[in-house]
Every structure is written in C-alpha cells, then in structure tokens.
Design a protein around this ligand. Structure first.
Ligand SMILES: NC(=O)c1ccc[n+]([C@@H]2O[C@H](COP(=O)([O-])OP(=O)(O)OC[C@H]3O[C@@H](n4cnc5c(N)ncnc54)[C@H](OP(=O)(O)O)[C@@H]3O)[C@@H](O)[C@H]2O)c1
Length: 439
C-alpha cells in the first residue's frame, strides 16, 4: 500500500515545472526532487498501441507523435493506469497526470474518453489529450488504478438515471438535475440521433423519484455498480439480477452496492416472477425503471418484468413488431402540457422505462414500456453536461460517497493490453475491473 502512495506522490510531483521538448521518445524518468525545481520535459514521440484491422491484436508502436493540443479546453495527460472495458474497448479510461494545459497546473486526474473519433484521445498511449470538461481531479485517497476503473461506468450510470429516467441529483452534494439542464439548452446542441432521447423520451410526471424501484440486470458489472451506487444515494430502491452463486455474498455484503433485493439470474423467468412479486402493490409499488447491462435477451426479460400484469392478461400489443427505440413521444391522450411545460396530473398514465446499455429487445413486449439507449455522446459533445458530471464526480469522490469498483488484477505496461483483453474474452474478469499500469 505504501508503494502505491509513493508512486503516486512521485508521479504527481514529477511533472511540475516548466515545459519544453526533448528528442527522446521515452517518457522522462521520475526523480525524487522538489516539484517546483524539476523542469518538465515532454518528448516529441511516444510508444502507443495501434489497431491496424478489426479482430487483430494491438500493435506496440514506437516513435509515434505525442498529440498536440488544439484549444483551451484540451489538456495533455501522462497515462499512469488504464481500466480495460470488456466488450467495447473503444472506450477505455485512464488515470494520469495533467502535464500540459494552457493554464498551467499539475494534477492527478481521471480522463473519461467517450469520443472514439479523435485518435489523440485514444487511451493506449503514454500521452493522451483529454477535454477539461471530461477530466476529473482525483482525491489523494484514490490511486491511479482505482481512478481508472470508474469513469465510463459513472457517465453511463448518471446519464441513464438522470437523462433517460429523469432522476434529479441536486440533493446529493449539489449534483446536476440533467432533465432540467437539457431543457434549458438550445435544442441544436444535441446531435440529431440523440435529441429525442434527451428531450422527449420521458415525460415530466414520469421522472424517477426517491422510493421508486429500479431493477438492474447484470448486477455484477461495473456499470451496474455505479448505477446502484448513484441510485441508492438518490433514494431509489434497487434490485440487482446477477449470478448469485458467483456474486451473491460480495453483493449482499458490499457497503455501497448492496441492493435492496438480489435476484438470481440463472432462471430468468423465475427472476422476472421474483421481481414482480416484490414490486407489486403489496411489495411497495410497481416497477417502472430497469437498466440492462448484458444484452438484448436479458433486456427482454426486464421488459417482461416492467410490463407487470399486462402481459399476463394479454391486454397489450405484445407483438407489434415496432422498432424498439426511441418511442418516447408524449401520448396526447394521456399528457397535456401546460404553458410552463409541465404536465397536468389529471388522467396521466406513466410508462415504464427500460434502458439498454448493450442492446434492447427486437420486439416490443408492451406499448407501456419505453425503450431507451444511453445518449453517451452528450458527455463530450455538450460541455455543460460534461462539466456538470465531472464536477459532481469530483465532489462524490472527495467525500467518499462514490467508491471505485473492485480491481480484479493489474497488468504491467502497454504491451500487456492484448493479454489483458484476452483474459477478458475468456471470462476471467468478473465482478470488477482489469487495470493496466503504464509506467
Ligand atoms: N451504451 C453505453 O454507453 C455503454 C456504457 C458503458 C458500458 N456499456 C456496455 O455495457 C456492458 C457492461 O459494461 P461494464 O463495463 O459494466 O462490464 P464489466 O464490468 O467489465 O463486465 C460485466 C460482466 O460481464 C460478465 N463477463 C465478463 N467476461 C465476460 C465474457 N467474456 N463473456 C460474457 N460475459 C462476461 C461478468 O459477469 P458474470 O461474472 O456475472 O457473468 C462481468 O461482471 C458492456 O457491453 C459495455 O460495452 C455501454
């Protein structure tokens, strides 16, 4: 443990000082000198991992240019640790040190990269460009490794809860009310493919509130971990569906992700029956919100759970064949907007809401369940959203209200990324994160 602290301290201080360029292609060694006296020397080139074709391993490549900053919102970060993502490793995340920005500062940070198009922001390199509104200051209590585990999952969780479900975080360390924030922005800030999800998918009277139930299928995942942490802070009652043989003890004893109800995923029909039995009127209220982290099949089971009695009784159009996402348009017969944009409460029905992180069912189980995809690009395309989430995460981490997921193992060096991804493909990493330490 003290070794980690020592590394962290040296790393943090190692890059303080003036900025200049050297001809070396290696990251500069860290020396145990007072930070203010050590000049910062950035190399011109670096070592990176390149992907030359789909389904190929990454290629360790030297003499690749260190990326240049283009505007005042960009910072250059020296990578220290990378959290690998299982299926979609287009969006890895990292902890590192800011080594170059217009307004000079040296900080230990988490860079959350959701922008796959800009190679300068790709994580598998020693020096990475981050946007300041996507870069989170890490408190001294967190290591680079811990920091690298939680960024994308936090963003996915916060947008699922705050945008798709309309949950207001303002009572938790002055967090964002994303539902309101989005409606205060000009509508052209939203890319066409997410505008409906951002503005029209959940009506104001349907917004999630403290006391509502939320079911999360794939309860062992990192995304579920952050989702349940945020949901619990906001007072939701949580149901985690997971392989209880693998994860039961850990989840039921976990300080921050212990769900109100843990349901075994082995028999999905039984899991749906258990959820329904516990969230009917007798169990304290209907289930209206669910998030799936596994795929369209389990998302289909969640849709069944959300449909409540209606499917059993055959009241709804179970096989409409309609495209799944996003229906979202307010139902004129059931929602009447008043002048201030709120909806009159008379004769309003409330839809249920299913968010698929990895896919949604092909067919609609019932018209009453609205399907959502997470508008993840909001985070890097709309600075007001990125900044609100980043600043809130800084406060949550500093106060220990959000904890990083478990680290299953740590690999060493960029060259070990392929091996790490293979371990994930083989299913060896479960219930936490595999991290690559880059020094
Ligand atoms: N749409 C978005 O914006 C967005 C954002 C974030 C994540 N995602 C997606 O959400 C999903 C979950 O991401 P995550 O980072 O939360 O996942 P994760 O924590 O890395 O892993 C999730 C779970 O998948 C299972 N698993 C591990 N290796 C596997 C393998 N080889 N094959 C099948 N299952 C395996 C394990 O559960 P068990 O041990 O219980 O089987 C593991 O706990 C991914 O598909 C990711 O791409 C989407």
């Amino acid at each position: 443990m003290s070794g980690v602290s020592f590394l962290r301290r040296v790393s943090l201080h190692g890059f303080r000082g003036s900025l200049s360029r050297s001809k070396s292609n290696e990251p500069q060694p860290e020396m145990d000198q007072p930070p203010s006296q050590q000049p910062l020397v950035l190399p011109k080139t670096q070592t990176v991992l390149l992907l030359h074709a789909a389904r190929q391993p990454y290629d360790l490549t030297e003499d690749y240019p260190v990326p240049e900053l283009r505007d005042d919102h960009e910072v250059l970060v020296r990578t220290r640790a990378i959290g690998l993502n299982p299926v979609d490793w287009k969006a890895p995340e990292l902890g590192g040190d800011i080594v170059h920005q217009r307004q000079s500062s040296r900080l230990k940070v988490l860079v959350i990269s959701t922008d796959y198009r800009d190679l300068r922001k790709s994580t598998y390199q020693h020096y990475v460009v981050g946007l300041d509104y996507n870069t989170v200051r890490l408190p001294p209590t967190l290591s680079y490794e811990e920091g690298s585990t939680l960024g994308v999952a936090f963003v996915a969780a916060a947008l699922s809860l705050g945008v798709c479900m309309g949950l207001d975080f303002s009572s938790i360390l002055d967090g964002p009310d994303l539902y309101t924030l989005l409606r205060q922005l000009p509508s052209d800030v939203f890319a066409a493919d997410i505008r409906d999800e951002c503005l029209n998918s959940t009506r104001s009277h349907e917004r999630a509130q403290s006391g509502d139930w939320l079911a999360v299928w794939g309860g062992s995942s990192t995304s579920a971990n952050l989702t349940i942490q945020l949901a619990r802070l906001a007072g939701l009652r949580t149901i985690a569906v997971a392989d209880t043989a693998k994860h039961g003890l850990r989840l039921t004893h976990h300080r921050s992700v212990r769900p109100d109800l843990l349901v075994d995923s082995h028999d999905p029909a039984r899991a749906v029956a258990v959820i329904r039995a516990n969230t009917n009127a007798k169990g304290g209220g209907r289930l209206r919100f669910a998030i799936d982290t596994r795929g369209k099949e389990s998302a289909g089971w969640l849709a069944q759970a959300l449909s409540g009695d209606s499917v059993q009784h055959g009241k709804d159009s179970a096989t409409t064949g309609a495209p799944p996402s996003p229906p979202g348009t307010p139902d004129e017969s059931s929602a009447a907007n008043s002048d201030d944009g709120s909806e009159s409460s008379s004769s309003l029905t409330s839809s249920a809401h299913l968010i698929g992180l990895t896919g949604l069912p092909k067919e609609r189980v019932t018209e009453c369940v609205v399907y959502h995809t997470v508008p993840i690009k909001l985070f890097h395309e709309v600075p007001a959203v990125g900044r609100a989430l980043v600043e809130w995460l800084e406060r949550l981490l500093a106060r220990g209200l959000v904890l990083p997921p478990d680290i299953i193992d740590v690999e060493r060096g960029l060259g070990s990324v392929n091996q790490g991804l293979d371990r994930m493909r083989r299913g060896e990493i479960s219930g936490g994160k595999l991290v690559v330490r880059v020094d």
